[in-house]
Structures are given as C-alpha cells and as structure tokens.
Design a protein around this ligand. Structure first.
Ligand code: SF4
Length: 201
C-alpha cells in the first residue's frame, strides 16, 4: 500500500535532509540521467534555487523527448459545489454559508453544448465536492453518460472512491481520475482537514 511506503519517511528527517543539501549535491544530481531520491532532494533544496535555469532546460529537453511538442488542454465543468467536508483552504467548505447547487442532467447537457460552442475542447474535467449521499457514484455515472457524446476524453476530480466504483464509471465513459492529497504531513493533516471523510489521512 502507498501508506506503508510513505510511512518509511519521517517528515522532519526529510526536511532536515533537504535543507542540508549543497550546491555540489545539486550539480551531481543535474549530471545524472537517473536520479535517486537523494538527488531529487538536492534539486528541491534551498541550494537548488540557484540552478533553476539549468533545471528548466533539462526539464524541457526531457519533456520534448518523451511527449514531443504537444500541449494538452482541458476544460473543467463544475457539476456541484456541494461538499460535506470542511477543508480550511477551500471555498466549497461545508461551513461556508452559501446556496449549494447540484446540476441536473439537463443542466449538465446545456453546459456541454455551451463548451462545445466555445471551441474544439475534447478533454473535459468533471469536478465536484464530496457529497456521496447527494452526488455519489450514481450521480457521477449519469453525468458521465450525459457528457460522453460531447467529448473524446472524460476525467473526474471528485472524492476518492472504491476500485469497484471507478471500474463502474469506466463503463460510462470515464477515462481518467485526478485525486488530490494536499499534504503528506500526517501530523498537520487534520489541521487543514478538520471534519468529514477527507479528515481521514
Ligand atoms: S473535499 Fe474538496 S471540495 Fe470539499 S471542502 Fe475539501 S477541497 Fe473543497
């Protein structure tokens, strides 16, 4: 499990290790084709700040080698701002007193048509808060089916779900999933995610 892997790294030790990297460590990392975790720590260390330009040039080279000169664009469609969580950094926070909306399938279809009228967007990112009771898997399934005829690529940015649920959504046209973990600092996680499902690190 990913959690077992991340537990191997102590936040404070890692922070100290990054801060201790030197300019020489950065130069060694920049000279390698395959980097270790230690090399990566050197690149993101304070000492690495002086090497942003060579890093940018390397990054550009690798990106072009792997992907060519392509730019991938997507357009987000927020289908609900309803959320049961109270993440402190988010406007959708359950405690913020404003009227919540959950788009109907007719409204979602209108949005799809409006987006198509804007131009040749083929990648749609469907976004929600976390409200499994009112906008859960059944709702997402219908939303995907509604959007599917209008776009070649459908991605969702919603609450984490079970594998079976993701699998079910692929049957309705889901191509990709975006899932955010805003911090891997387990000690501080609860401070930023005080309540709701997302409070579980
Ligand atoms: S779960 Fe997502 S939408 Fe809900 S409050 Fe947190 S960041 Fe915002």
């Amino acid at each position: 499990m990913f959690y077992d892997e991340i537990k191997k790294y102590d936040w404070n030790d890692t922070t100290r290790c990054i801060a201790a990297k030197t300019a020489r460590d950065v130069e060694i990392a920049l000279g390698k084709e395959h980097l270790s975790i230690d090399d990566f720590m050197a690149l993101i260390s304070p000492a690495g700040a002086a090497y942003i330009e060579p890093m940018a040039q390397l990054s550009q080279r690798y990106t072009q080698e792997r992907f060519g000169k392509t730019i991938s664009m997507y357009i987000p469609l927020y289908i609900t701002n309803s959320c049961t969580n109270s993440c402190v950094y988010c406007g959708f926070n359950h405690n913020n007193p404003f009227k919540r909306t959950i788009l109907t399938m007719e409204q979602i279809e209108q949005e799809c048509k409006a987006i198509r009228n804007l131009g040749p967007f083929e990648n749609l990112l469907i976004v929600t808060g976390e409200n499994p009771a009112k906008a859960g898997v059944d709702y997402l399934e219908k939303a995907l089916q509604t959007c599917r005829p209008y776009f070649n690529n459908l991605t969702i940015e919603v609450q984490p779900m079970k594998s079976d649920d993701y699998y079910r959504l692929t049957k309705s046209g889901l191509n990709g999933v975006v899932c955010f973990q805003e911090t891997y600092n387990e000690a501080n996680y609860k401070k930023y995610h005080p309540a709701g499902m997302k409070s579980i690190y």
